[in-house]
Design a protein around this ligand. Structure first.
Ligand code: NAD
Length: 422
């Protein structure tokens, strides 16, 4: 087993989500009655997913869909296929989605789904049967006006297409808006595939402006060279910020002059791994996180930076492309070190923002060009960044606390105005 092998999270991400909620609710002096209405998931579904494997045997997988909030609109959130998926992880991810949609001010609540499985060890046929069975199991909960899934770790546009098809076959007519992150030929949006990385990039540009760090020449390290991480890396590479280190679940690599990112993306597509990439030396995952650089982008999974390794972080900016990569204890350490943190619910909100654009286009049967998508995304991300920064500066709150305060206050407002049914 390589040293970068996936570890079981030792810190429960749902506890971290609740702790951060309490900190923000206290700072907002939020009424206890409102807290009681908005803190916990509205609906949780746990499903059994039996799948006929290629060998003829049947394996049962565990799946979940959690709707945390529908206060501001239908709930929205990705589906994760990963061996470490747990109900608490899905609850945490759903909770963060609620605050995230509110931070970028799009009319959605938060949700998340997941299946505990290892898609890397499954054939395409097995993956399709797993996806369709899971989609059937959560079918009563989803729909364009109810809850709209999207890709997350180890789920793809093809998987979204299978969910859309399964839902449509059950309804008896095509329902494009039931999922986002679909292939373009099936009502997907231009720009969606790179939206999370692009949104992260815009928040990094805003941070550099705020901190007076020139982007050109700023050294970048990226943990998790998947959809979010590789596309953020590519945009920074194009802006002449050298990406000196990158990692995936199999290897971490380094080149002090900057990695050739377009070549690395092709290499990863071809071989499925960063291991063995020419013109780079292998480093340990810990060395990547401790890299002396201007910008560190954790873009893999939760709990990458904990109280054990936070004091070793060498970056000036930590841009959380992943969800929950920094634990609350590590937050406090980074804060004390003066690291500028772009919190996940802001940094990676580009994905859900362009998912929202995709849903709008599907519902209207009218599609936008890529430039239109990107310029609308830039506007949303920059406005959200400035809204969070304003609270950070005015209230002397950390960027995490400021983002949570903004998201939670918007959800609380919607709840107050709607009132409590019955
Ligand atoms: P992905 O499956 O495309 O990529 C994940 C990458 O992380 C892979 O390259 C994998 O090898 C790597 N990885 C896994 N474990 C690792 C480890 N221990 N060390 C280093 N690398 C490791 O997934 P993604 O969609 O890019 O999602 C990554 C993160 O971004 C997740 O936290 C996800 O919730 C978040 N996110 C994604 C989106 C999106 O639109 N895709 C939107 C918002 C947030």
């Amino acid at each position: 087993m390589s040293t970068t092998a996936i570890q079981k999270p030792v810190i429960n991400p749902y506890e971290a989500a609740l702790e951060n909620f309490d900190l923000a609710a206290d700072a907002l002096e939020l009424d206890e009655n409102v807290r009681a209405m908005i803190k916990y998931p509205e609906r949780i579904l746990s499903v059994s997913v039996p799948v006929r494997m290629d060998g003829g045997n049947i394996v049962r997988f565990e799946g979940y869909r959690v709707q945390h909030s529908t206060s501001r609109g239908p709930s929205k959130g990705g589906i994760r296929f990963h061996p470490n998926v747990t109900l608490d992880e899905v609850k945490a991810l759903a909770t963060w989605m609620t605050w995230k949609c509110a931070v970028v001010n799009i009319p959605f609540g938060g949700a998340k789904g997941g299946v505990t499985c290892n898609p890397k060890r499954m054939s395409m046929g097995e993956l399709e049967r797993l996806t369709r069975r899971y989609a059937s199991a959560i079918l009563p909960m989803i729909g364009p006006e109810r809850d709209i899934p999207a890709p997350d770790v180890y789920t793809t546009p093809q998987i979204m297409a299978w969910i859309m098809d399964t839902f449509s076959m059950n309804m008896g007519y095509p329902v494009m808006g039931v999922v986002t992150g679909k292939p373009i030929s099936l009502g997907g949006s231009l720009g969606r595939n790179e939206a999370t990385g692009r949104g992260c990039y815009y928040t990094v540009l805003s941070s550099c402006r705020h901190l007076n760090i020139p982007v050109k020449g700023a050294r970048v390290a990226v943990q998790g060279f998947g959809n979010a991480g590789s596309l953020a890396a590519n945009l920074l590479h194009t802006a002449e910020a050298p990406v000196i280190a990158a990692s995936d679940s199999t290897a971490a690599i380094y080149n002090r002059h900057g990695l050739d990112i377009p070549a690395l993306i092709q290499y990863k597509e071809r071989t499925g791994s960063l291991r063995g990439f020419p013109e780079a030396e292998t480093i340990s995952p810990e060395e990547l996180l401790a890299m002396d650089c201007e910008i560190l982008i954790p873009a893999a999974l939760e709990n990458a930076i904990t109280e054990e390794n936070a004091s070793a972080v060498g970056a000036r900016i930590v841009a959380e492309a992943a969800n929950g990569p920094v634990t609350p204890e590590a937050d406090r350490i980074l804060d004390r070190k003066g690291v500028f943190l772009i919190p996940d619910i802001l940094c990676n909100a580009g994905g859900v923002t362009v998912s929202y654009f995709e849903w709008v286009q599907d519902e209207n049967h009218l599609f936008w060009d890529e430039q239109d998508v990107n310029s609308r995304l830039e506007k949303v991300m920059t406005r959200a960044f400035n809204d969070v920064l304003k609270i950070h500066l005015e209230r002397k709150a950390s960027m995490r606390l400021a983002a949570n305060m903004l998201g939670i206050s918007r959800v609380a407002d919607a709840n107050r105005i709607r009132g409590l049914y019955p």
